[in-house]
Design a protein around this ligand. Structure first.
Ligand code: PFF
Length: 460
């Protein structure tokens, strides 16, 4: 059982035990369905290499500084995402960022746990049949009837939430750190094995061309902004996950290096996912433009035809499930840390209450793609799509915007410098650049994404 206590006294708070543990946990949050399921098809749809270049630019220029701002706020306050703002800016409304974070945890986890549940169904299917004898049509039908069934996807979703709750309940060091330290290296090995296998397939080079060859004619303002939005979602920025994790980082650790390592790992794994997927897709002449169905409809068809496909299919869906789990635990931790520290609940009670109330919203998400497909249309979208839309396109950019404004303008140069340099012990060489980004560049860029998304919203 964890030492995470009912008190916000920093001396008895649970924390990460090692540098590797922090990186595993934070990279575990960042690396998820956003990297392996979403990133490859978004790159494919938006000009391949040109999109990739812009995406990498955003990660380095904006993603790393915003991540560092979140870690700094969390570690300085030694509190959850809600309590941190109340402590650092008492008697102000900044704590509302924490409230938004808790709302975002509900919206993200509800649809994310639906897709996470699918990964378990496909893992089982892969190990039972290896998709042998499937065709494009049968895979499409199977996917549709699985969702239409309603209760089967709900079962997998609840099981996934149960796993998430178990890890979170076990604590920061004995749960989150322990499992991510084991799962993240496993994930890295699996994705490298899949990538090598894919590269060795005859005809796979066309897939690399699709992924890496820049086609600048596809780059429009909305593609640029799409790249920034993807970077935020993928890096887990904007809702307090990294503030919460930052509060468990020890005072002697180097925050800048942690932010850089986590962002680079996230980007590397997104690119490796593209390398594992596209050469295989092209080698077997299947459609790379399937969009969100790329992983659940197109890939099984690839595995069906591939030598050793049974083995690779299991590995792939195991990879997806692991990536999703290390992300869902980070989101649940935001709510649990809040309930424990602010509402003085035990960790057990906080986990049960948060996981079950999020699951309730999650079940509605899942059913909105099946039995409630025609009943639950809001703003022209299914409830599932609405939760996805609201979290990725509204809550995260808005939260990210407020977080950098808070760091740059409320905490300001001295407080940021003290925390990042560990009170002058570390050099913090790029500090001025960081300050420029959090004060000016990041708020402007995020405001642009946000405005762009709202325009899209109006158009619906
Ligand atoms: N970064 C995760 C992914 O790429 O799948 C998703 C995510 C986790 C988004 C946590 C936001 C968050 F706060």
């Amino acid at each position: 059982m964890t030492s995470f206590s009912n008190s916000s006294d920093s001396s008895i708070r649970d924390s990460f035990g090692s540098k590797l543990g922090i990186i595993a946990a934070a990279a575990g949050s960042a690396v998820g369905l956003g990297n392996i399921w979403r990133f490859p098809y978004v790159v494919g749809e938006n000009g391949g290499g040109a999109f990739l270049l812009i995406y990498i630019g955003f990660v380095l220029l904006i993603g790393v500084p915003v991540m560092l701002a979140e870690f700094t706020i969390g570690r300085k306050a030694q509190l959850n995402a809600f309590g941190a703002f109340r402590k650092l800016a008492p008697k102000s409304l900044w704590f509302l960022i924490g409230v938004m974070g808790i709302i975002a945890a509900f919206t993200i986890l509800s649809f994310y746990s639906t897709v996470s549940g699918w990964t378990l169904q496909y893992l089982l299917e892969a190990s039972k049949t290896g998709f042998v004898g499937s065709t494009n049509e049968s895979l499409q039908t199977d996917f549709n009837s699985f969702m239409a069934n309603g209760w089967l996807p709900v079962f997998w979703q609840l099981l996934f939430m149960g796993l998430t709750a178990f890890v979170v309940y076990s604590g920061v060091k004995n749960g989150i750190e322990k499992y991510t330290k084991f799962l993240m290296p496993l994930l890295l090995i699996i994705i490298i094995v899949l990538g090598i296998n894919s590269l060795l397939l005859p005809g796979g080079a066309k897939g690399l061309e699709f992924l890496f060859k820049p086609d600048f004619s596809k780059i429009t303002m909305s593609v640029v902004l799409e790249a920034l939005g993807q970077a935020f979602f993928s890096l887990s920025i904007g809702m307090g996950v990294l503030i919460t994790y930052g509060s468990y980082i020890q005072k002697s650790d180097n925050l800048s290096n942690t932010a850089i390592s986590v962002s680079l790992t996230d980007t590397l794994i997104a690119i490796l996912a593209g390398v594992a997927i596209f050469p295989a897709v092209f080698a077997f002449n299947v459609n790379p433009g399937e969009g969100p169905g790329l992983v659940f409809i197109t890939l099984p068809l690839v595995f069906e035809q591939m030598t050793g496909g049974y083995f690779f299919a299991i590995l792939f869906f195991l990879l997806l499930a692991i990536a999703a789990l290390t992300s869902t635990i980070s989101v649940l931790e935001v709510v649990v840390a809040y309930l424990v520290e602010e509402k003085k609940m035990t960790r057990l009670k906080a986990t049960i209450i948060s996981a079950s109330s999020i699951s309730l919203v999650g079940v509605i998400c899942t059913l909105s793609l099946g039995p409630l497909k025609n009943e639950l249309i809001l703003f022209g979208m299914s409830f599932f799509d609405l939760m996805d839309y609201v979290s990725a396109n509204i809550l995260l950019p808005f939260g990210g915007f407020l977080i950098v404004v808070f760091a740059g303008w409320v905490l300001g140069r001295n407080q940021l410098h003290n925390e990042i340099s560990n009170n002058g012990v570390l050099k913090a060489s790029l500090f001025n650049f960081f300050l420029f980004v959090v004060k000016y560049l990041a708020p402007i860029a995020i405001a642009l994404v946000f405005i762009n998304q709202l325009n899209l919203f109006d158009a619906l």
